[in-house]
Design a protein around this ligand. Structure first.
Ligand code: HEC
Ligand code: HEC
Length: 347
């Protein structure tokens, strides 16, 4: 027993020595924190819209097909671009007339885990319900649902694909939405160095990234909102960005001051490929994001109580960036490979 205690003390002292004055060794809470990031083994599909391969394939075709826009120039993939981590790399999405929309295009990565509150303001309750809005919006795809259904019905190859997916040839709004959602639930991140580390491979990420993980979960408090495998609490916060009309573009309802400028917590998966950042694309780089959190954003009554100046040293800011870099797959191309290892939900 005495030997064990002595060894533990020696290890602790060793870490203090190795970190060369940066601070202390690994946070003793690290092992517990790691448990919260284990990858799920199955994609969740709702009972009302279970996975089938025919539905997913039909959804894939629809997602990339400009037939869903009025003048045949836009598809869902015009803005949710696989090679750009399923976003579009713009600060705010482009209107049909090449103007700016109010909001940035969010990634669709791991969208299956976000059912219940989709959109920057959470206005969509299900993934199925999202598609009709961009399709019909005059500034976006500009094709009202009845016109879309007529168009698809007069295309024999779509009639055949719907018949295969739904055992019935009728093309309805519900089926169109079900197919698109089934495809989107397959947009899942590949295994990253971070995931390999969580699974137990100690050398999968470097020491700076491990220190960054401790900060992320500890003193910097990031994990209070960017929590779990998908790095989001699926909730809404004002982190002190957004000005002017952005006050009402998030969760805000006139009854609650606290929800002014409150936007959905985004996933941090593939974050390096997804700039510019925030709902309005106002923060150009990841180091600018860290600087923003270090300053604490705009101090105002609606700002989350979890956001405050952090007083991070330059070395700590670098450690946080090293950690964020482990949340991406090595090659951007991996993102195009959608996992088809989908299973129907357990009965
Ligand atoms: C002009 C670019 C554009 C096109 C085209 C587009 N989207 Fe989007 N998408 C956006 C923007 C911007 C948002 C954020 C909207 C909001 O929060 O109100 C969004 C949000 C979403 C979300 C919610 C994501 C989240 O994290 O909450 C889903 C799902 C989605 N779109 C799917 C689709 C589908 C399916 C299509 C095709 C039918 C489509 N989008 C077409 C720009 C686009
Ligand atoms: C109070 C909850 C909260 C805390 C704490 C928090 N975040 Fe965020 N984070 C958010 C929200 C909400 C957004 C989106 C804000 C917006 O668009 O207006 C965001 C956005 C981001 C983005 C940009 C994502 C994107 O797709 O644009 C990054 C990167 C990020 N946070 C990293 C961090 C790091 C690192 C920390 C710790 C230093 C942290 N966050 C702490 C809630 C939080």
């Amino acid at each position: 027993m005495a030997w064990k205690v002595g060894a533990a003390v020696a290890v602790l002292l060793g870490f203090v020595g190795v970190s060369g004055g940066v601070g202390s060794g690994p946070d003793p809470r690290r092992a517990g924190w790691r448990d919260a990031y284990r990858a799920p083994t199955e994609i969740p599909f709702p009972a009302e819209n279970p996975y089938t391969a025919a539905k997913a394939e039909l959804g894939r075709r629809l997602f990339f097909d400009p037939i869903l826009s009025g003048d045949g120039t836009r598809a869902c993939a015009t803005c949710h671009i696989p090679d750009l981590a399923w976003g579009d790399g713009r600060a705010r999405a482009a209107t049909r007339q090449q103007g700016d929309m109010d909001l940035r295009t969010p990634t669709l990565l791991n969208i299956a885990w976000q059912d219940g509150s989709l959109g920057w303001d959470g206005k969509f309750r299900t993934l199925e319900s999202v598609a009709a809005m961009p399709m019909a919006a005059p500034g976006n795809m500009n094709l009202p649902m009845p016109d879309a259904l007529t168009r698809l019905s007069s295309d024999p190859s779509y009639a055949a694909a719907f018949a295969e997916a739904f055992a019935d040839p009728a093309i309805t709004r519900e089926r169109l939405e079900a197919a698109l959602a089934t495809f989107q639930r397959l947009i899942v991140t590949g295994t990253t160095p971070f995931d390999r580390w969580i699974a137990g491979q100690e050398d999968a990420i470097g020491e700076p990234a491990k220190r960054g993980f401790d900060l992320f979960n500890g003193r910097a408090g990031c994990a209070s909102c960017h929590s779990g495998w998908s790095f989001t609490d699926n909730s809404f916060h004002d982190i002190g960005v957004g000005v002017g009309p952005d006050i009402g573009r998030g969760r805000y309802k006139p009854t609650s001051l606290a929800l002014q400028y409150a936007f959905k917590t985004p996933t941090l998966r593939e974050i390096g490929q997804r700039g510019p950042y925030m709902h309005d694309g106002s923060v150009p780089t990841l180091s600018a994001v860290i600087d923003l959190y270090n300053r604490g954003g705009i101090d105002r009554p609606s700002r989350s109580r979890s956001i405050k100046p952090l007083q991070l040293t330059a070395a700590e800011r670098a450690d946080l960036l090293a950690f964020l870099a482990t949340l991406s797959t090595s090659a951007g191309r991996d993102l195009v490979t959608i996992s088809f290892a989908a299973k129907a939900p357990a009965p």
